[in-house]
Design a protein around this ligand. Structure first.
Ligand code: PMP
Length: 368
């Protein structure tokens, strides 16, 4: 007899659910998970090997539990790129920003508490809420996918959430949220009840605008989360981090697993941070390719949401899933996020983007 999940005594809220994850299909052009298409440069690969070799000599010991050197270097990176002074005590790191978000919800959410996000947005916020027993509130967005401040403030006042998520630039829509909206939402949330506001800046290096890190000044309940998965081209590394008031960093210590960041991870991330300038050079190329995709899609007659990220949301399709399948038939994998009428494409190399544009050009001809 085969046993299925439903035969096991799993928690009620997990019954009938599916795990998160985009299809990992073997197709020539994969533009579906917002990865950076450029492999790490060889000098960096050599530096990682060197640093990991050194770390390997001490793998009989647990790693630095507080990741002091790594947090120092991350703080320097944030200070240099935002102009806002960030210190080591303001930074915390974990295995991907997903783990950062999980630790924040374990600390500030949990049973009997709620979190709100403005949808469509990054669906892992809701899933991690479920996994941590935090109630989820799906807040609204306007038809153009911007945050309608009055509607958002109303949702906050009515629900009095313990955690507020704002993703900017937003995934999957690509548009950024103005600083003035973040400030107003923070104030609305604090007026409703003391709560934590998480600004998820996973894609901020690709933005036309600046990071919201300066907003941390005077806002002790604000957290900015970041990742090395996108701009640093290191999705396989699994390194995410946050910047906040040091008290927030102290609070997440209560839920983090001891030695959660392996010595190998810390060594690899430190090597990558030594090559920031080269890696950010790729970001400039990707921004130019992202802008090219936006222009080309609009020229073809598609509707495109303004993008500050390394991906572009385009539509509208009477049946987005069917369009997704037809693009896939032409060897290009994009993302069907379940936003009715829309698909999302990640900016790849110029050749990959050309292949994608050829595919959607043919699709448009077929539709006309
Ligand atoms: N936040 C957003 C908005 C994302 O799109 C992603 C990745 N898709 C993440 C966080 C998580 O990234 P990671 O765990 O790789 O740092």
């Amino acid at each position: 007899m085969t046993i299925g999940i439903d035969d096991l005594p799993v928690r009620d809220e997990l019954r009938g659910q599916s795990p998160y994850g985009a299809p990992q299909l073997d197709v020539p052009v994969r533009l579906n998970t917002n990865e950076n298409p450029y492999p790490l440069p060889e000098p960096l690969v050599d530096r990682i090997a060197e640093r990991v070799r050194d770390a390997a000599r001490h793998l009989n010991r647990y790693p630095d539990r507080d990741a002091v050197e790594l947090r120092t270097r991350l703080a320097e990176y944030l200070t240099k790129t935002s102009g806002h002074r960030v210190g080591r005590a303001d930074v915390w790191a974990a295995n991907g920003s997903n783990e950062v978000i999980q630790q924040l919800l374990q600390t500030f959410g949990g049973p009997g508490r709620t979190a709100i996000g403005f949808e469509p947005s990054y669906s892992m916020h809701a899933l991690i809420a479920r996994g941590t027993g935090t109630g989820w509130i799906a807040g609204p967005r306007a038809d153009d996918f911007s945050i309608d401040l009055a509607a958002a403030e109303k949702a906050i006042a009515e629900n009095r959430p313990d955690v507020v998520f704002v993703t900017t630039p937003n995934n999957p829509t690509g548009n950024a949220v103005p600083a003035s909206t973040i400030i107003a939402l923070y104030e609305a949330a604090q007026a409703a009840k003391p709560s934590i506001m998480v600004v998820d800046e996973a894609y901020v290096e690709f933005s036309h605008g600046a990071s919201l890190l300066p907003l941390l000044d005077g806002r002790p309940n604000l957290v900015v989360s970041r990742t090395m998965s996108k701009a640093f081209g290191a999705a396989g590394l699994r390194l995410g981090y946050l910047a906040a008031n040091p008290a927030v960093v102290d609070a997440v210590q209560l839920v983090r697993l001891p030695y959660h960041l392996s010595a190998v991870t810390q060594a690899t991330a430190l090597a990558a941070l030594e090559h920031t300038d080269t890696l950010l050079g790729y970001v400039e190329q990707l921004k130019a390719e992202r802008d090219r995709l936006v222009d080309a899609l609009r020229a073809l007659g598609y509707e495109v949401t303004d993008s500050d990220a390394n991906f572009v949301q385009f539509g509208r399709f009477p049946d987005a899933h069917e369009a997704w399948r037809k693009i896939l038939d032409r060897g290009v994998l994009v993302r069907d996020n379940g936003v009715p009428g829309w698909l999302r494409v990640t900016a790849g190399t110029p050749e990959e983007n050309d292949a994608f544009l050829d595919a959607v050009r043919e699709l448009k001809k077929e539709q006309n």
